[in-house]
Design a protein around this ligand. Structure first.
Ligand code: GLN
Length: 451
């Protein structure tokens, strides 16, 4: 049924970069055979899923939305891919994304944009716009995203779906193509809080192949999602997540959500987190710095594209020609920015200062979580904007992540879930819930209560 749905509408939506029709049907039949044989089935047996094209898959190409990896079929499965297969999930295919997960609209994909199923002329968020669009268009009931600065939560917000950035280290990064390693985090995307929890439980857990993976039990997310409640909870509202640039309808739906939380028995506490105002600036130094280092591996020798290798050129020239042809504008912009920020003489002023701000943000969260159990905010300042509107204005694009980035810098967990439609444009608004590290279950407890 989901393959038929994809056939009917994906030409318009363009959620998928690769559809694995035969693989999906084979997986589905294998689940049927297991069931008939009375064998034990995995926890998500037979449930179709759309996988962001940033996780390696042995039986499908992995492009990360870039020309530089066009046609590359990885020799191994990411830990997350393996866990999905072990849970008997049916992987339908790989979803579209901003190149190397850099963007907030999926317009930076080398393979063309994805439409927002609510209005195909608008963006589905980014970088994981393919995954969020697949959910909103009913092409898949579950999807996987990655969140470095908001790429799970912002697409969820603008498509009226649920997305969770687990605690940093909660889901293995092994086999997830690196953008900014100290921020990157894979996580679940779904249409309901409980669906997200069921997927979260399957993909989370310690992995010795990821050196930053947390060696502790997975927070009890499914139990929390089944027992939604905010009775007696202290909920924080941060002053810095408001003001100029916030759309009226977004603010209205957010304020209604706060009233709902109160009516369900929560106490609301106003919080001041002054360093959050610096989060965007710090992120746009740290993320490009790490990207400039991580993307050095795309040297035309090891993977994918190779340009100009006709026997007359040096390896260095082939690398340069390949990177020139293979990377898009945003990726180049970040490599240049990051290389500059890390260069000797500038390192302390830029990268060093950004790291100090990062510590201040972590401290602001620590102080906040002494007073409250969770923090709530709008996920994004605006609803989905038209495709093309911010394409030539990187600064305007970066503002989409104003509310999501502090969480990545501090490493704690956050969810976006729908909280209604903005009256002025009829488009979905996202409510963000933020919890301390390894307290991901609180997101689901609160999310299930207000869903
Ligand atoms: N939009 C942000 C960026 O462009 C976040 C991306 C992400 O989370 N992968 O970096």
């Amino acid at each position: 049924a989901h393959l038929a749905r994809i056939d009917a509408i994906d030409e318009k939506v363009h959620a998928f970069l690769h559809i694995d029709r035969e693989g999906a049907l084979a997986q589905a039949r294998a689940v049927d055979a297991k069931r008939e044989a009375g064998e034990k089935l995995g926890p998500l047996a037979g449930v179709p899923l759309a996988l962001k094209d940033i996780f390696t898959t042995q039986d499908m190409p992995t492009t990360v939305g870039s020309k530089i990896l066009e046609g590359w079929v990885p020799p191994y499965d990411a830990t997350l891919t393996k866990k999905l297969k072990a849970a008997d999930v049916v992987i339908l295919g790989k979803t579209n994304m901003d190149e190397f997960a850099m963007g907030s609209s999926t317009e930076n994909s080398a393979y063309g944009p994805t439409g927002n199923p609510w209005d195909l002329t608008r963006i589905p968020g980014g970088s994981g716009g393919g995954s969020s669009a697949a959910l909103a268009s009913f092409e898949a009931p579950l999807a996987i995203g990655t969140d470095t600065g908001g790429s799970i939560r912002q697409p969820a917000a603008v498509t009226g779906t649920v997305g969770v950035k687990p605690t940093y280290g909660g889901v293995s990064r092994y086999g997830m193509v690196a953008f900014s390693s100290s921020l990157d985090q894979g996580g679940p995307c779904a249409r309901t809080v409980l669906d997200a929890a069921l997927l979260h439980e399957v993909i989370a857990g310690h992995d010795p192949l990821d050196s930053t993976s947390i060696d502790a039990p997975v927070p009890p997310v499914v139990e929390a999602a089944r027992n939604g409640s905010v009775q007696g909870m202290r909920v924080g509202v941060v002053k810095q997540f408001s003001g100029e640039g916030y759309q009226a309808g977004v603010v209205q739906r957010f304020e209604e959500s706060v009233e709902l939380l109160k009516s369900l028995g929560a106490t609301v506490v106003e919080l001041d987190c002054p360093s959050f105002d610096l989060a965007l600036s710090a992120y746009y130094l740290i993320a490009p710095s790490e990207c400039s280092s991580n993307l050095a591996r795309f040297d035309a020798m090891r993977y994918g594209l190779r340009v100009g290798d006709d026997g007359t050129r040096s390896a260095e020239d082939v690398t340069a020609l390949t990177r020139e042809a293979g990377f898009g504008d945003e990726v180049k912009r970040r490599i240049i920015l990051g290389t500059y920020a890390l260069s000797s003489g500038y390192y302390d002023a830029y990268y060093g200062s950004a790291q100090k701000v990062r510590t201040l943000i972590t401290q602001d969260f620590e102080k906040a979580f002494e007073q409250v159990d969770v923090i709530v905010s709008p996920t994004t300042p605006t609803t989905a904007f038209p495709i093309g509107e911010r394409a030539d204005d990187p600064m305007a694009m970066y503002l989409a992540d104003l509310c999501t980035i502090p969480t990545n810098l501090a490493g704690n967990s956050a969810m976006s879930l729908p909280c209604g439609l903005a009256p002025e444009d009829g488009l979905p608004v996202g409510l963000q819930i933020i919890a301390p590290a390894m307290k991901d279950d609180r997101l689901y407890k609160v999310g299930a209560a207000v869903e």
